[in-house]
Design a protein around this ligand. Structure first.
Ligand code: HEC
Length: 164
């Protein structure tokens, strides 16, 4: 009994040494994504976050508008809101269709398209670049329209719409 316990210890110790020697001195902690489900639906994220943020960007991209410094800063903030909503859009929440949507490859493609447009809007805002903002604004519309055409039901699943 004693002998086999010792053998087990030796085997364990050898295993640990082996594991350590695989990557000598190169241990970097893995980035841990803690899974969670937002307590809101994609329908709610659309109405209360994405739609608001996008409309500000579209208004700001109007070629007849001269943006003040604080308006550029608002464009920056709204771009960040869009970029941050990418996580909620790929995670899904309480909506009845959310889990089904987020599992589709083309869903993720549209989310990424929206994200790329928002990143361009953010860079444009930081450089006060109106031409780049116009491009970002057009790209943004394309992402909304593309995804809605494929996924948006004609009646919002929760009856939650934008009234203001
Ligand atoms: C990846 C897909 C996707 C993208 C990108 C997307 N949407 Fe949506 N959107 C949806 C889906 C799906 C719904 C329906 C949600 C529901 O009814 O549960 C929706 C619903 C909405 C609604 C609420 C319903 C309504 O008719 O009032 C608004 C507003 C909206 N989206 C705005 C936008 C805007 C603005 C953009 C672009 C900046 C955008 N969405 C980008 C998928 C998307």
């Amino acid at each position: 009994m004693k002998g086999s316990a010792q053998l087990l210890l030796v085997v364990l110790a050898f295993g640990i040494l082996q594991a350590c020697s695989d990557q000598p001195g190169t241990y970097t902690p893995a980035r841990v994504n803690i899974p969670f489900t937002p307590d809101i639906s994609i329908n709610e994220v659309m109405v209360a976050q994405i739609d608001h943020a996008a409309h500000f960007i579209w208004d700001a991209a109007d070629p007849d508008r001269e943006l003040s410094m604080s308006e550029w800063q608002e464009v920056e903030h709204h771009s960040i809101q869009l970029i941050s909503s990418r996580a909620a859009m790929t995670m899904g929440g309480t909506g009845v269709n959310d889990a089904m949507w987020i599992a589709q490859v083309s869903w993720r493609d549209y989310v990424n398209q929206m994200n790329d447009a928002a990143v361009l809007a953010l860079t444009s805002a930081r450089l006060n670049d109106k031409i780049a903002l116009t491009v970002a604004s057009d790209d943004l519309i394309e992402s909304c329209e593309g995804c809605h055409q494929q996924y948006k039901p004609s009646i919002p699943t929760e009856g939650y719409t934008h009234n203001h």
